[in-house]
Design a protein around this ligand. Structure first.
Ligand SMILES: Nc1ncnc2c1ncn2[C@@H]1O[C@H](COP(=O)(O)OP(=O)(O)OP(=O)(O)O)[C@@H](O)[C@H]1O
Ligand SMILES: [Mg+2]
Length: 352
């Protein structure tokens, strides 16, 4: 048994495509503690969104298949939970979602207020707190609905103020096209906070916005989540933003997780050759950009063993034959590599 809020173990997901079966997630292990902000990073196509969608149970039904593993949330395996319970009790309740694109996330023909009212009706944390007994007369049901609506509306306004939206009452009367992209994304954050979730999954929540607004919104998300003890799974391919907002970072390559460390260890003591190469490829003053030699593999016939081995200068036969097990090299620092750097070596490098 684990005390993690979320623990994904040996998760395998594949997609049926026109050219064959793409083995997208290959025995992925991933965890989040209560209240922790974890960044999931990796190049485009490495499987970040697939992992996020698998947790939420919203993979495309026609093409995706879960081939194995567990997604333990609190004390239950979400993969075994009946879909009705998943949608009533977990999705949009204890786990909420902030999508990438705030532009297409609202229905353009309804006011923001009416869309949030709908959400309040079904996902409010107050929904289950005062229950009516069976057979209650219609007038008590009405009074109860009215009271709940008032309390929920007060909460919505309080949240709109918390995400620093000016004139919240006026915003509720507007249509989505009448507010800016940054304001829409602040609304998405407010909506994600509304059910008082345990975990928010934010899948590249700010890439559709301009850079200055991105930083403000991410810092706000971090602050609000920490104040409320809500965990956040934040996916991005921008390492800079993970440095700003995450407590811990997990890096994936071609559907396999490679390394997981606290933000400080991730940037100062990267142990996996892939993480090291990724950090070396970040732009620095006056230095020429260094890419990682080789190409990202196709997931229809991925490399055996460690999927990074064809591009790794430390790789040997073992790396091609066997996927390395996760090794814990320090507190909160695990690496899946047959030839990782140890913390002692990394500390020596830091001193020299
Ligand atoms: N519906 C689908 N059908 C077939 N293949 C898919 C589908 N969705 C994703 N894939 C494949 O799964 C792999 C992982 O995709 P995913 O969207 O999870 O990557 P990502 O890490 O989120 O990338 P990005 O940074 O671009 O958002 C890719 O190779 C992608 O082509
Ligand atoms: Mg994605």
């Amino acid at each position: 048994m684990t005390s993690d809020l979320l623990n994904v173990s040996d998760l395998r997901v594949s997609f049926a495509t026109d050219t064959g079966i793409a083995r997208v997630l290959d025995k992925v292990n991933f965890s989040i503690q209560r209240g922790e902000i974890v960044g999931l990073v990796g190049e485009s196509g490495c499987g970040k969104t697939t992992l996020a969608r698998a947790i939420l149970g919203i993979l495309p039904v026609n093409s995706a298949r879960i081939d194995g593993g567990r997604i333990q949330f609190q004390s239950e395996n979400l993969l075994e939970m009946p879909s009705e319970r998943l949608s009533k009790e977990v999705r949009g309740r204890t786990i909420t979602f902030i999508p990438q694109d705030p532009f297409s996330s609202f229905n353009p023909v309804f006011t923001i207020g009416s869309q949030i009212t709908d959400l309040m009706r079904w996902k409010s944390p107050l929904r289950n707190t005062h229950s009516l007994t069976q057979g209650s007369p219609w007038w008590s049901l009405r009074r109860y609905e009215k009271q709940r609506f008032k309390a929920d509306r007060a909460r919505v306004l309080e949240l709109l103020r918390a995400v620093q939206l000016p004139e919240p009452e006026a915003i509720l009367r507007k249509y989505p096209h009448e507010i800016s992209g940054g304001q829409r994304q602040r609304l998405m954050i407010a909506q994600a906070l509304l059910p008082e979730p345990q975990l928010i999954i934010a899948d590249e929540p700010t890439t559709a916005l301009d850079v200055t607004i991105q930083a403000q919104i991410l810092k706000l998300l971090r602050q609000l989540a920490h104040d409320r003890d809500i965990a956040v799974l934040f996916t991005t391919h921008d390492l800079g933003t993970t440095y700003e907002i995450c407590d811990r970072i997990t890096v994936m390559y071609a559907g396999q997780e490679m390394e997981s460390a606290t933000t400080s260890d991730f940037f100062n003591r990267p142990s996996h050759p892939y993480t090291q190469k990724l950090l070396e490829s970040l732009p620095r003053d006056k230095e020429r950009l260094q890419g990682i030699p080789g190409d990202i593999p196709t997931l229809i016939s991925p490399p055996t063993g460690c999927r990074f081995h064809p591009r790794c200068d430390r790789a040997d036969k073992t790396c091609a034959d066997t996927r390395p097990a996760a090794k814990s090299i320090w507190t909160n620092h695990t690496v899946r590599c047959h030839h990782p750097n140890t913390h002692q070596e990394l500390n020596r490098k830091l001193i020299n």
